[in-house]
Write a protein that binds this ligand. Sequence first.
Ligand code: SF4
Length: 442
Amino acid sequence: MKYHIVTYGCQMNYSDTERMRTVLENLGYEQTQKIEESDLIILNTCSVKQQSEDRIYGLEKRFRQLKSKNHKLAVGIAGCAASETGLRKDLGNYILDRMSTIDFLLRNRDMVKLPEILQTFHDIGNRDKISGLTSYFNIAPTVTSSKQVLVPVSSGCNYFCSYCIVPFRRGRETYRPMKEIVQEVKDLAKKGAVEVTLVGQTVNSYNPSDIKDKTVHPFAQLIRKIDAIPSIRRIRLVAPHPAEMVDDLINCYGDCATFCPQLHLPVQSGSNTVLKRMNRRYTIERFKEIIAKARERVPALSVSTDLIVGFPGETEEEFQESFNLVKDLKIDQSFTSKYSPRPGTLAAEKMKNNVSHKEKLRRFHMINNLIEKNSHQYNKQFKGKIVELLVEKIDKDGMAWGKTPENKFVLFPAKKNKNLVGTLVPVKITKTMEWAMEGKMV
Ligand code: SF4
């Protein structure tokens, strides 16, 4: 029996997919990259934007064709768009209303129920290997790369930003016990992991019940414990929330050798009045203070962010505040999006989407042009210097690429030495560009 999972959205979803693969492979399913030979297709969905869901609706015809050729084929929806778990006949769901080819829904937190659901469609036989699993967090991931691993620390979100559907779909935050996370990282380290990305919707609000020491923030404690695991060389985060960036966490910069000198902190807007309408629960003054404190500890820190332009009511002055923030803080990367209303959110229901598409586009390009300049300026500091790269890929012509601890791409000739993939190598930077650098191994 063959399965195919399509993963959309953030790294949280990619991490969930790794756990789903473990369940399926222990049930005897085999992964295939070819959707047409699958007996099971799972769409691990993202519903941050309406377009993400619209893409799923567009698959209905394709699924109908595939089902007409393979009567065993079962199709399920997991991730943000699955707010319930079970077989379609038991459930009501807005996606099921529009897609008759979907057979089941699966909330990621109910992943251990997957065998129960699948037995309706397939003869899945021996379940011994997964019988001890009680929660999705204790499912060991089947990792895509054994060197770079994603480790979830929590699920859900308590923040309720006015434009975002995630808390309604993923529910409130739940946390994994710290012991369990540390053990998982140790196990992954034994299998060769060198880079760990801790993931959570607001990863730094981590607050489990299994810790006694309340004098240091639990998330900072977790980072220090992972930093102490000998073969782990890099720790990254996706995605911290500015309101949860406490000093204990900022102090990990510089103190923990493996905590990468890169801070991706989603600001969303540079204007306090817009932040209020977004219900972001911090001010720009506080955001600037966090960056300043982190840079005091790591002067060459790379700072990246998420920004929304054209939020309801965003005036030219408010947009200029975002522009100036990017300029003043020299933010070197931004995932900028043009606001689009997400049905079911406060912003979509109660606020007027009154910035024209043309104007959103202008603001979007202004930010991106500025970011491009900042990025190039940031990269220039590495010219002539030796950086440590974690090699991710080597192409057929022998060009390799990897990332620095600051998360910057570097290309270099590897002379078809495929053994370099997954290793840390020193590379001297010879050329810097907007989004990448070039170098040679030393
Ligand atoms: S913090 Fe805000 S934007 Fe992020 S997932 Fe939660 S509600 Fe959505």
